[in-house]
Write a protein that binds this ligand. Structure first.
Ligand code: COA
Length: 174
């Protein structure tokens, strides 16, 4: 397998604008994978997702200092991103890692995650936690393949009023 390489960088404010536009475009397609994975799968209201992916939300999260966005580019175009949220001095959560559908399964998610982990480690992070839906086979396989260990399973009341069973993983970067 020959994996393609992407360029990964921490997002500037302008990058977040571009990212927001791309995410909103992806989820607007009701037949698309992004809509299925982000909206219909957990019964998340469309408005909730558009707010989460709006430029204002992304920029505010980045400016708060708790969230750090990493973008992956190919030929100058954004093809995926990761959002890390610091929870404690040495603990951070991988809030999202998405590789856009037409670029999936080429090793880019693995590359992006590796670069995120190195950068987080350099900032003193010793534990990275991530949650996934119990049924999210592909995300779970991706985390397991990348060294995350299952630590917990819990059912929560989602903010949009449904029950959701989540599994939690941890990674301790070396
Ligand atoms: C999950 C995701 C981040 C993986 O990124 P990617 O660039 O496609 O992943 P890679 O090519 O680096 O794959 C690494 C491994 O992950 C697992 N994996 C990735 N996509 C998978 C899929 N569709 N089905 C099963 N396993 C999968 C495989 O074990 C794969 O190794 P292999 O290709 O040698 O079998 C990406 O497909 C994605 O964004 N999906 C939608 C959003 C999502 O579920 N994000 C995670 C929760 S926020």
């Amino acid at each position: 397998m020959s994996d393609s390489m992407a360029i990964v960088r921490v997002a500037s404010e302008n990058d977040l604008k571009v990212l927001s536009r791309k995410l909103l475009e992806l989820i607007a397609d009701e037949d698309g994978q992004a809509y299925r994975e982000n909206v219909s799968k957990f019964g998340i209201p469309y408005e909730y997702v558009t707010r989460a992916f709006s430029e204002a939300t992304l920029v505010a999260a980045s400016k708060s200092g708790n969230s750090k966005f990493y973008l992956a580019f190919e030929n100058g175009t954004v093809i995926g991103f990761a959002q890390m949220i610091r929870q404690q001095e040495t603990v951070a959560e991988l809030d999202r890692l998405i590789i856009f559908p037409e670029h999936a399964r080429k090793g880019i998610g693995t590359q992006l995650l590796r670069e995120v982990v190195i950068d987080q480690r350099s900032e003193g992070i010793q534990t990275i936690v991530v949650s996934a839906g119990k049924q999210e086979e592909q995300a779970r396989r991706f985390y397991e393949k990348n060294g995350f260990r299952l630590t917990n399973e819990t059912t929560i009341d989602a903010p949009w009023g449904k029950k959701l069973t989540l599994v939690t993983y941890q990674l301790h970067p070396e």
